[in-house]
Design a protein around this ligand. Structure first.
Ligand code: HGY
Ligand code: MN
Ligand code: MN
Length: 421
């Protein structure tokens, strides 16, 4: 039972949770999949439709819409001081293949709701406020993930961008009409990201929202295993150089290594490519894609060393050649403590419990935190489920979080702290 049901905000909220919810559901209809989720892989036609809808909404809200070299979209609401740095708020519209309706989308549309609400209230701010849609946060179609936000902060080697199905990132931007201005630069005061927790903590604490202290580090690797294509019927097992069997032995051995290193080390193989992918051919090539996460880079360094030894041992025993490459490295981040305090103060002013917690999931805020003061607010996820069509957050929780976000953003944009600090 939600402990805040008995306490109602003492004043009229600035934002409209019903309007935000309606926009969430309208956006969810683009790329809708069975089970109530959405599939909008970055730079696909579904992503284009979502971008078009977001751009229309932003223009209707009086924003100028700007696109940068990486396809990041910025809806900018002017402030009184046109040269003042921008208060930036947003997240991503791209999804996982079996994505939910809230991961990323909530942060973009809550940012839009903040702008809509300021328009309704006739509030003019000193600083401009911009809502952003970052490109390819999920990293499904192109590696690395966090592509747009990494590009924005200058932490991306564009030449290293890889299309997982061979697509070309910049050609796809061109194809969907979102090849932006390579010279676009924004002067950002600070960045807020509202996101679903994607984990169980807030539900366990019976809290609607939580202030995020930091995000664990994330590294992606590819292990490319070369064996030998062979006939399934005529080749004795002992005579094979079977890349898939080697991959299987590696996967189990590496998982055991991860468990032995640290119970908090998150080791995942979510993508495997087997070639030639034919039932009656012993596969000559298998590629494993690893997602590794921990708050301590030294633990991930230790795993990397162990992985090299395990690959050497298994390759010898399975008569294959294997190479490993690192596809992404997102350092652990700590968010701005003053901005965390603002979020907590805004929650307090609404008489809402807002515990502090760590993020197991990665976010574009990890990129922004390297260049500007950054903070995140989480909304409770039912059963902690995400990257799954069953992802769900309560409308009341979403409305509360959006109101807190609006108050925090406004406190920067008009240059004053909320009460109760
Ligand atoms: O992978 C993540 O943690 C994020 O949800 N894309
Ligand atoms: Mn996300
Ligand atoms: Mn995600």
């Amino acid at each position: 039972m939600d402990t805040q049901l008995t306490k109602q905000p003492t004043r009229q909220p600035l934002t409209r949770g019903d309007r935000l919810w309606a926009s969430l559901m309208d956006m969810a209809a683009i790329g809708a999949i069975a089970g109530g989720g959405s599939c909008r892989l970055s730079l696909t036609n579904e992503d284009k439709l979502a971008r078009d809808l977001f751009a229309n909404w932003a223009r209707e809200a009086g924003c100028g819409v700007h696109v940068d070299r990486y396809g990041n979209m910025f809806g900018i609401r002017p402030g009184r001081l046109s040269n003042a740095p921008i208060v930036l708020v947003g997240s991503h519209l791209d999804t996982q293949p079996h994505g939910g309706r809230f991961d990323g989308v909530l942060g973009v549309l809550a940012g839009l709701e903040v702008i809509r609400a300021l328009n309704d209230a006739g509030i003019e701010t000193d600083h401009p406020i911009a809502v952003v849609n970052w490109t390819n946060e999920e990293g499904v179609r192109f590696k690395p993930g966090l592509t747009g936000s990494k590009g924005f902060v200058g932490d991306l080697d564009a030449a290293s961008l890889q299309g997982t199905e061979g697509a070309d990132y910049f050609a796809e931007l061109e194809r969907i009409g979102y090849a932006g201005d390579p010279n676009l630069r924004l002067n950002v005061l600070c960045y807020y990201e509202l996101h679903i927790e994607q984990g169980p903590s807030l539900e366990q604490e019976r809290a609607r929202v939580g202030v995020v202290a930091g995000v664990q580090g994330v590294r992606w690797f590819e292990i490319d295993i070369a064996g030998k294509d062979a006939h399934a019927g005529t080749t004795p097992i002992v005579a094979r150089s079977d890349s898939f069997m080697a991959a299987s032995a590696l996967a189990i051995a590496l998982r055991q290594s991860a468990i032995s290193l640290s119970p908090d080390l998150r080791f995942t193989i979510g993508r495997v490519e087997v070639s030639p992918n034919s039932t009656n051919t012993v596969p000559g090539r298998t590629r494993l894609f690893i997602d590794l996460r921990h708050t301590d880079p030294a633990i991930m360094d230790a795993f990397k060393q162990t992985m090299a030894h395990v690959i050497e041992r298994v390759s010898a025993q399975e008569h294959v050649q294997a190479s490993v490459s690192q596809l992404m490295d997102v350092a652990p981040v700590r968010f701005d403590t003053e901005m965390q305090a603002r979020l907590a103060a805004c929650a307090h002013a609404l008489e809402v419990l807002a515990p502090t917690l760590e993020s197991g999931a990665m976010h574009d805020a990890s990129s922004l935190a390297s260049v500007v003061p950054t903070a995140m607010l989480f909304v409770q996820s039912r059963d902690g489920i995400s990257h799954n069509p069953r992802e769900w957050s309560e409308p009341g929780h979403v409305a509360t979080a959006c109101e807190i976000l609006a108050q925090a953003v406004l406190s920067h944009a008009i240059g004053s702290m909320p009460e109760h600090t």
